[in-house]
Design a protein around this ligand. Structure first.
Ligand SMILES: Nc1ncnc2c1ncn2[C@@H]1O[C@H](COP(=O)(O)OS(=O)(=O)O)[C@@H](OP(=O)(O)O)[C@H]1O
Length: 283
């Protein structure tokens, strides 16, 4: 179905406000982590969940992008969310929200004050991670990534050019998706987190900025985390590292192909820097 034919329900403020919390006190999210896929969305959510004022579901509801979930309505969505206590807020993440162009309008029509968190990472590194993920992902047995090498998919042998139609690569062209969000949400309502900094440095530094944005007490300082040499990532002192599915050695990509993709992405990255107001320095 083309994205412009997707149903968008325009919720009235009273419709959302009058949808009472259920017996378990489940309430709608105050903020969404929208993506980008493979940029560290799980690490961001899992670390934020350490905060006593922040709750998040243990699964990804994906309510705003999965049509069959969205059309089940508000009451159903609420059952997919965690119970809240008086002083708590809830967040919800789906790494898919960012790059489905009908999602920003659905979110905006649901709650135009929703706080949006976007985490991005060097788009070439993200692309490799996305490819590797699809290669090992059981639930997509027929995806093209299962069949072909990275180079075969990234490079069009007929034209001698980068294969710009490859969906994985399209997901790395951040400005295209970001401009859809800016059509509905003011820039100040979207916090953009640098996923490379977040993964390489102690997450405590970046989390303070996120806590301030969410309006909760800044508690998640550097002392909550340690660097795990074996995993190659920061983990939580109390609970350990993210599960096995997160944090992999990247594959090595042929230099020529990497160079071609980076050359293709460079001017597109600059458009993203302009929209965000920050140069991420991706080579
Ligand atoms: N602390 C920590 N621990 C483990 N992994 C970390 C961490 N911080 C960032 N990352 C990076 O997160 C990548 C997975 O991103 P996502 O969680 O957004 O993936 S998903 O889109 O939800 O599937 C994951 O990608 P891969 O390395 O390809 O698995 C990691 O590079």
């Amino acid at each position: 179905m083309p994205w412009f034919n997707r149903s968008i329900h325009i919720f009235t403020e009273t419709e959302v406000a009058n949808e009472p919390r259920d017996v378990k006190n489940r309430a709608f999210p105050h903020a969404l982590i929208i993506g980008a896929r493979k940029a560290g969305t799980s690490a961001l959510q899992d670390f934020l969940k350490l905060h006593p004022q922040i709750r998040a579901p243990s699964h990804e509801p994906g309510w705003f992008f999965i049509d069959s979930e969205y059309t089940k309505g508000l009451g159903y969505y609420r059952t997919r969310l965690p119970p809240l206590q008086e002083n708590q807020i809830s967040i919800e993440k789906s790494a898919e929200y960012f790059h489905f162009p009908y999602v920003p309008e659905r979110v905006w029509s649901f709650n135009s004050s929703m706080k949006i968190l976007l985490i991005v990472r060097d788009p070439f590194v993200r692309l490799v991670s996305d490819y590797m993920f699809l290669k090992r992902y059981d639930k997509a047995p027929h995806c093209i990534e299962k069949k072909y090498t990275f180079e075969e998919l990234a490079y069009n042998f007929t034209t001698g050019r980068v294969n710009t139609r490859w969906a994985c690569l399209k997901r790395s062209v951040y400005f295209v998706w970001f401009q859809e969000w800016l059509k509905f949400f003011p820039r100040e309502q979207i916090l953009v987190v640098d996923g490379d900094d977040f993964a390489e440095n102690n997450p405590g530094t970046e989390l303070i900025r996120v806590e301030n944005f969410l309006g909760v007490e800044p508690l998640l300082t550097e002392k909550y985390f340690f660097f795990n040499e074996t995993k190659g990532f920061y983990c939580v002192k109390k609970t350990g590292c993210l599960h096995e599915g997160k944090g992999h050695e990247p594959i090595s990509v042929a230099m020529k192909v990497e160079r071609m993709i980076r050359d293709y992405l460079r001017p597109l990255n600059r458009k993203f820097y302009e929209m965000v107001g920050k140069d991420f320095g991706w080579q």
